[in-house]
Design a protein around this ligand. Sequence first.
Ligand code: PEP
Ligand code: MG
Length: 589
Amino acid sequence: MSLMFCGIGVSRGVAIAPAYVLNRHRADVKPVTLDKKGVTKEIRRFRSAINTARKQLEQIRGTIPEDAPEDISSFIETHLLMLDDATLSERPVEIMRAEACNAEWALKLQREAVIKVFDSMDDPYIATRKDDVNHVIDQVMRILVEKQGDGDPFIHDWSGQIVVADDLSPADTVLMQHQGVAGFITETGGQLSHTAILARSLGIPAIVGVSGIRRYIRNSEELVIDGEGGLVLGEADDNSLSYFRRQQREIRRKQRELSRLLDTQSVTLCGEEVTLLANIEIEEDIKLLKKSGADGVGLYRTEFLYMNRDSLPGESDHFSAYKRVLRALKGAPLTIRTVDLGGDKESAAAPSANTHNPALGLRGVRRSLNEPRIFNTQLRAILRASAYGPVRLMFPMLSNTAEIDQALGIVEQTKEELRAEGIKFDENLPVGGMIEVPAAAIIAQAFAEKLDFLSIGTNDLIQYTLAIDRVDDQVNYLYDPLHPAVLQLIRMTIDAGQKAGIPVSMCGEMAGDTRYTRLLLSLGLRQLSMPPKLLLEVKNVITQTDIKAIRRKALNIVNSTDSERQARLIETLNRLAGTEKEKEKEKSA
Ligand code: PEP
Ligand code: MG
């Protein structure tokens, strides 16, 4: 009998592949008292587990593709070094001898002792090492307890499998994609979690919020996932399997059809040009850019330079990454957003201070202003990169004009520094800000007077306007880009930009959702930035839209507070207005 589960489809596509159930909870370890012979045997078992862990890590190191980001291999190197350290390899042996106990118990006691020392130190860098220690001990513990270490994303070959996990960090997602994972299912998470965004941009079918699914799925069981409908099928019957195989073929056919639009201009039927830009997270995304025909990068999320590494990226790490992206862009503009750590984007190299509510805490530009040294390193690299191609600098999470003044002041200081050092940069580097906080949208006019461009980050704007945590699946049903309050804020921002004569773009997920393309065009947006995979679909809608013919209908949607009516209106807008087919139909009617 087939099993069916429903979740939130966050990345389209159909995958049919064996499941890999990732259980990362810790084993319940009990003490066992042993005689002398038993202790000797236990020490041997422990040493063999350390050896197995080392071999597993070395094996993975060998499978990392050559073009993978360097931080992935450095992450594994750190774990290898830790395995060889006496704290983990020798001290548990001493405990086994002194307490005449089993290996798992000795390792557990040693974990507690080490973590206690870490906890007594107030240094954020030390805190990141604590995670590494836990990670390595978990790996050895699993080998001891399960006689196999397959629960760790860093010691498994994911190729062609659908990973079923409680949750995945953005770092896990990137690593698994490198290993050719077929799809993701997680028990928690929402449409806007960064893992979901990443899955979309990597083009991996993904479903989140499938509560409790790991209890029902067996390892290697064949699963079908439909990333659009949010559907998971276990033990699918032949009819369902052939249906989803047809779907897969249909998706491939549509992709082939869309690829014909690569060289088509992004212009509406009424002659309005629309700039289509790409959101990129990691350098590898540049490869996707070429296949999308983007006019440039509207959002480079630089957080990923801080992930999967145990120390902060230096100026040269930033600079070389930016330069490589610029080279690939061949003269097209690159919008680099200064780092937006905090919220659901955490870095082990720069952990956030404990806070009750990370989404409302020290994140984005707030954190950069609070840590000027880290900010200065990134700004120097961005400015230096601007000598090699058209770079735009953008600040995330602005909420008042004082932050803009302060950030611009630091940019000026950094420019002074570079001038004094005789280093070249673009003196006219455009500086923009993201509109992600309702307060920023309301005073967008004041922002527009100080900045060269604005970019609407609907993921956060919706989160903060509707008071819904973007990663909390319990309140996900409230996520509504068409909420009149959200639309009013978007409209205010566009109007403010137009009045000040500066460009306004949108780089939140809403920009890449074809359901909203016509509405956004009607509101006046002419620049949209999205995951490269979605770009041609949006272009397809743009080329079939006559803005003049639909504007009035679109404004009715903005002014409506009745969500059912809105849904009807947007459907009509998308169905009737401007498509060539419809026009022909209308003419012949
Ligand atoms: C946004 O908030 O819409 C956005 C683009 O930024 P991020 O998703 O990285 O927070
Ligand atoms: Mg944001």
